[in-house]
Ligand binder design. Sequence first.
Ligand code: ZN
Ligand code: ZN
Length: 116
Amino acid sequence: MRCFVHHDAEAVGVCRCCSKGTCANCAMPVTHGIACSDACRPIAEKIAQLQLVALRNQGLHRAQRVIQPVMAVLLLAIGVWTVYTNPAWTEGWIFVAGGVVIGIALAFSSRRRRAT
Ligand SMILES: [Zn+2]
Ligand SMILES: [Zn+2]
C-alpha cells in the first residue's frame, strides 16, 4: 500500500479517521494508531477514545458474568439453608426460587452467547 499523498512512499499504516494509506512522513501518532493530517487527527483521537470506552464496557460485562453465577449460588444456598433449618418459614423458598430463576437465565444467556 502507498501513501495517498506521496504516491512513491510506502504506507506505514492507515489513518484511523479516513482509512487512507499514510507514510512515515505524514503519519501523526494518536492513541493506538495514526492519523494522516491535522484535519483527521482530532477525529482519529475521538474514535480511539470511543473504542477504549467500548473495551472498558466489555470488561464490565465480563465482571457481571462472574458475579451473576455467584449470586445464583448464594441465593440457592441461603434458600436451602433457611428451608432446612426452619421448614415452617416458607419465605426461604423465595430465595431458592430466585437462585433457580437466575441460574436458568444464566444458562439461557450463555447458550445464546455460544450460538452467535
Ligand atoms: Zn485521515
Ligand atoms: Zn505521505
